[in-house]
Write a protein that binds this ligand. Structure first.
Ligand SMILES: C[S@@+](CC[C@H](N)C(=O)[O-])C[C@H]1O[C@@H](n2cnc3c(N)ncnc32)[C@H](O)[C@@H]1O
Length: 239
């Protein structure tokens, strides 16, 4: 695991409040941004389950329409009031709050997702614990996070880029999942190259092929995923 200059929650809130009007267009409106969005939605379709989904770190709600089109019910939490204000236009259920202390009842969601947010949290383990608590038995937690690998370490050592987050090895996230009474179900890579590269380069057939290749060394992936399932209570035990 790599930990760089993690920001305080109040700084994160201020940064995202300010960023909210440009958050989506800056990241997901280019051809490459749409490709990233597509890949992540495919992963949710493949692994998620309904009918109730909770997103941790909604930003402006890029998954709201998609989740509701699937016929599921969307609820989300974000620390930034301005991000939520923009999502509210979509008419979904939203809560302003902290991923590490979710102000909701236990055992109420079929799927919890936390994408591109997990690696910014001061205590990612607290987030996994809270996700486990709000999941129904049999429910799934889907995490997408930036990865720790030797290439990343070299790049960070150059100090060419500012960094204020964690980077995880996929096995470390799987271990966190397991330590919070979730059974690891699947893990792997989401994207092979840096996100900025996808946003800048034309998304050619060649790039897509390379990106989806299973013969690609895992140390090259930039974005990973890990999925855990909340175990069903044993006969006679309370959920
Ligand atoms: C990079 S965005 C990711 C948004 C969205 N999941 C996506 O993939 O497009 C991170 C979001 O997490 C929110 N966030 C950061 N720390 C948080 C915390 N402790 N609790 C809840 N939300 C938080 C930020 O306000 C921001 O909207």
């Amino acid at each position: 695991m790599i930990k760089t200059n993690l920001r305080s929650k109040s700084t994160v809130m201020k940064v995202y409040d300010k960023e909210s009007p440009v958050y989506y267009p800056k990241r997901f409106s280019s051809e490459g941004g749409k490709y990233i969005d597509f890949i992540e939605k495919e992963l949710l379709i493949r692994y998620g389950k309904g009918p109730s989904l909770f997103e941790i770190g909604t930003a402006t709600g890029r998954f709201v329409g998609f989740v509701e089109k699937t016929g599921w019910d969307y609820t989300g939490i974000d620390i930034s009031a301005q991000m939520l204000r923009l999502s509210r236009d979509n008419g979904c259920k939203l809560v302003q709050g902290d991923a590490e202390e979710i102000p909701l009842r236990s055992s109420i969601f079929d799927t919890v997702i936390c994408l591109h947010t997990f690696h910014f949290l001061p205590s990612p383990l607290a987030c996994v614990r809270e996700s486990q608590r709000i999941l129904k038995p049999g429910g799934l937690l889907i995490l997408i996070f930036e990865t720790d690998n030797w290439l990343r370490r070299i790049v960070l050592r150059t100090h060419m880029f500012d960094s204020d987050q964690y980077y995880f090895r996929t096995q470390e996230v799987a271990a966190m999942i397991q330590s919070c009474a979730l059974t690891p179900m699947a893990q792997g890579s989401v994207l092979k190259f840096p996100m900025d590269l996808y946003r800048r380069l034309p998304i050619t057939k060649w790039l897509k092929q390379l990106d989806s290749s299973s013969h690609w060394p895992s140390w090259f992936a930039t974005l990973g995923f890990a999925i855990g399932r909340k175990d069903e209570p044993e006969d006679g035990a309370l959920a």
